[in-house]
Design a protein around this ligand. Sequence first.
Ligand code: M6R
Length: 364
Amino acid sequence: EKAGFEHFMMKEIHEQPKAVQDTLNSVIKDGRIDFEAVGITEDEIKGFEQIYIVACGSAWHVGMAAQYVLEDMADISVRVELASEFRYRKMSLNPKALMIVVSQSGETADTLAALRLAKEKGITTMAIVNVVGSSIAREADKVFYTLAGPEISVATTKAYSAQLAAMYCLAVQFAKVRGKITEEQYGYYIAELLTIPEKIQKILEDKERLQWFAAKYANASDVFFVGRGIDYAVCLEGSLKLKEISYIHSEAYAAGELKHGTISLIEQGTLVIGVLTQNELYEKTISNMLECKSRGAYLMGMTTYGNYEIEDQVNFAVYVPKVDEHFMASLAVIPLQLLGYYVSVAKGLDVDKPRNLAKSVTVE
Ligand code: M6R
């Protein structure tokens, strides 16, 4: 049942090219995005004044990454909220908004409650959900199924990747329908999206390097993940993967925030992992990382092939292929999933069933 892998998590990590491919193929037909199955019309897409994205855990991290893509590409205001906060908060909600809830299981109690709340207020709801027939799938006005297949490991990997793919399709289609991108850009973005599966595959073929690094850092007590923009969203997910299955304390910081407090935690040998996939932000993030290095930090830096100057700046460099920068989270997350996995294995922990956690959180 684990298809020759030692754990479900590693099996599911390897199923990501297919999960992304299947999800993209479900809406991309002849080089165009078709949302008939999702049930959302062009008129509806044109009419939304605001998007709310509400979810928990890794699904919330998908929202954090998607907000940058949606706002930049489709020029629509996006607000991302944790479901457990959203539901108890008096927010002034725009009735002409689209609320997107994201959930693998479709049964997360807080996400479901947030969905019901939005419906009560007459807001159009859409679920990005993996389990067919789940409560969230049944109750949302529109359903965009991620085709990741059953996910067993508590730590999500392929569902996260499929959710990101779904979000990208929404962003590209919103941008096109709302007149924010040309026909040519539309074709370019769709072509870029379709390259993601093979690029994930390529990263997976290089996984031994991460295994070596994980063994070296398995005894770390604290790890800091830093990045800006989409890279910050990837850091949130990388940090959760690590702490969830390896029990190492870790935190994700928007790189510019380090000097507002966190840098006082940097000591000799503290591991700082930087994600640097966004060209315009590269210099800013690397300079924050170097400030940590001069205080004793050991730096791992992840960037795209070609940025080889990073070798002179960090102690350990990891490269991922390039895709249009809006979609980089899909590639940058893979080495971080592998890192979490290998640290957990190196420590002899129960990778698929970490302590105190359940696959689906159906209580508040
Ligand atoms: O089933 P859901 O996507 O609604 O679950 C949300 C979170 O509980 C989930 O993403 C959790 O954070 C994962 N264990 C992270 O790996």
